[in-house]
Design a protein around this ligand. Structure first.
Ligand SMILES: [Zn+2]
Length: 542
């Protein structure tokens, strides 16, 4: 009897230990997939929902946890900044990525966010690979994962765009890959490796861009069934190069022959990137090792199509319907190869997008184009009269005024007075709502959220010293097509949904910030938060 009792106790202890062990093994996901849909407004999740398939966007809504009020907490709202902020949990003031390109305040030269003259292209003879994350000042969640595992995890970043592949993957990933327009092939930089891995070469040899583009672009369903189909041929959309019309069908075969990079401006760019994601997972055995791996994917065609045709177009609707199918296919692939509960996926966006100005005007909305370039000449004349120096303003870019700091220092000019004069000149210009001195934000009468967004976006090494904020519905951009960049919700309200490992269905309407994503992932993984992080861990309330 006693023996039996001892045996049972031993068995029970063993059982507990064993259970602990299996729990410990389940304590981290095998794989994290960070999916950033470029220019995806939050409302796209629902606007075209009726025709989304059961297992694409709708699966995220059905099985995932959605933070329905997620916003960018800085301005300007641009791609490079969005990616840097998602993955660092920080803002331009700290991570240093203040635009896709910016006016370097010390040298007076324009700088591209990921340009790097110290590296060379890998996989192409063009300059497409002379890129690196050198300008990113803070660590990313992917960097922290690698530090936590002493670089045993695998981290890969992919996109059609260099900046959207490079910034999410951090400083020392397994690799980052993007496309070269001269060939449509995926390439990289010597920052990461000295030759293209064989799996990338093999993928390039499949010539998928050619295959996709040869089929032409027709709508997926009869065109008159589209929400946006009241008019397809409209003046506020931009035709493809050497083309005149802005209506279906599009001869993408011819576009590809002229420029393989034009795959970007079709839904097939998203198909390509998700196929490449599968190849990256398989070739690198991601999600198969003992450590958590991380694949960041940017689907950028939504942005290119948005820029060309704007938000209320059949083209963008069709792009989302096709992306939905591609996502369904990709999620199924992840289930099969990694296992449904073994991967954690999050979907978000780097920014949203505004309606085309003439579309809004046709419907009697207040809208307009801020002509900021035309402000510079007369502004410089006013400043010259007052301070005796020509061309004190070099440019107005990313809604910020850039000054010639060298001359200002050399002539010992009163810089606060120059900025005051600038503000007085700009504040009554057409379409201008606020003009803010970035070194004296507290003294602006703008609402606190706007002041916070200016403060977060201002990094004095790269940002101009004065911010121009247009009326809602107004922006500095093209007359044809759409864009983004301002503080307003169309550009800054983004989707954020987590699905998979340890996530149960739910949603929250609490307002949260893009900077909360990275610390939430760090908390889930029990690793250090990135070193510039200012976000907070999200609460998945029932
Ligand atoms: Zn864009």
């Amino acid at each position: 009897m006693r023996m039996l009792k001892n045996f049972l106790v031993c068995f029970f202890v063993f059982f507990l230990l064993f259970r602990e062990e299996t729990n410990a093994q389940k304590a981290k996901p095998k794989l994290i997939v960070g999916l950033v849909i470029d220019q995806m407004r939050w409302d796209y999740l629902h606007r075209y929902e009726k025709r989304y398939s059961k297992n694409g966007f709708k699966r995220l809504l059905r099985q995932g946890y959605s933070f329905d009020q997620t916003y960018l907490s800085y301005m300007p709202s641009l791609t490079a900044i969005g990616h840097a902020s998602i993955f660092t949990g920080s803002v331009p003031a700290i991570h240093g990525i203040v635009g896709n390109e910016w006016y370097d305040q010390q040298t007076g030269k324009m700088k591209y966010c990921v340009e790097d003259s110290l590296v060379h292209s890998v996989g192409t003879t063009s300059n497409a690979g002379k890129m690196s994350p050198r300008n990113l000042l803070a660590t990313t969640i992917t960097d922290e994962l690698l530090l936590a595992t002493n670089f045993r995890s695998k981290v890969i970043g992919i996109s059609l765009k260099d900046r959207a592949a490079i910034l999410p993957a951090g400083h020392r990933p397994t690799g980052a890959f993007w496309i070269d327009d001269t060939s449509g092939d995926f390439v990289t930089s010597s920052w990461y490796m000295n030759s293209l891995p064989s799996w990338v070469q093999q993928f390039n040899n499949r010539k998928l861009p050619k295959t996709y583009m040869e089929k032409g672009w027709e709508t997926l369903y009869p065109i008159d069934t589209y929400i946006q189909s009241t008019k397809d041929e409209v003046v506020w959309e931009r035709p493809f190069p050497k083309d005149k019309k802005t209506s279906f069908p599009y001869d993408t075969k011819r576009f590809y022959e002229d420029n393989p990079g034009l795959i970007r401006n079709t839904p097939f760019g998203n198909t390509l990137i998700l196929e490449f994601a599968k190849a990256a997972l398989a070739a690198n055995e991601m999600g198969k090792g003992n450590e958590t791996d991380f694949l960041s994917i940017n689907c950028a065609s939504t942005d290119y199509v948005g820029h060309q045709f704007s938000t209320n177009s059949v083209e963008i609707e069709d792009t989302y319907l096709r992306l939905d199918r591609d996502l369904e296919n990709f999620f199924t692939y992840l289930d099969k190869t990694i296992g449904k509960d073994n991967y954690l996926l999050f979907l978000t966006a780097d920014h949203g997008g505004a309606h085309a100005v003439n579309y809004l005007r046709e419907h009697k909305f207040e809208a307009g184009l801020l002509q900021s370039k035309t402000f510079i000449k007369p502004l410089n004349l006013v400043l010259e009269e007052k301070f005796g120096v020509k061309n004190l303003v070099k440019s107005i870019y990313n809604y910020q005024v850039n000054y010639n700091h060298m001359v200002i220092a050399e002539k010992k000019l009163d810089f606060p007075a120059i900025k005051r004069e600038t503000i007085n000149f700009l504040k009554f210009k057409e379409g201008v709502q606020y003009v803010i001195d970035n070194d004296d934000i507290e003294n602006s009468s703008a609402p606190e959220r706007l002041r916070e967004m200016v403060r977060n976006g201002y990094n004095y090494r790269g940002s101009g010293s004065v911010t121009v904020i247009p009326f809602p519905g107004w922006f500095d951009g093209p007359i044809r097509g759409g864009t983004h960049g301002v503080w307003n919700p169309a550009d800054t309200h983004i989707p954020l949904i987590f699905m998979g490992w340890n996530i149960s269905k739910g949603n929250s309407n609490k307002k949260v910030n893009v900077t909360d994503i990275a610390p939430t992932l760090a908390s889930m993984l029990n690793i250090q938060v990135p070193n510039g992080c200012i976000g907070e861990v999200l609460k998945f309330t029932k």
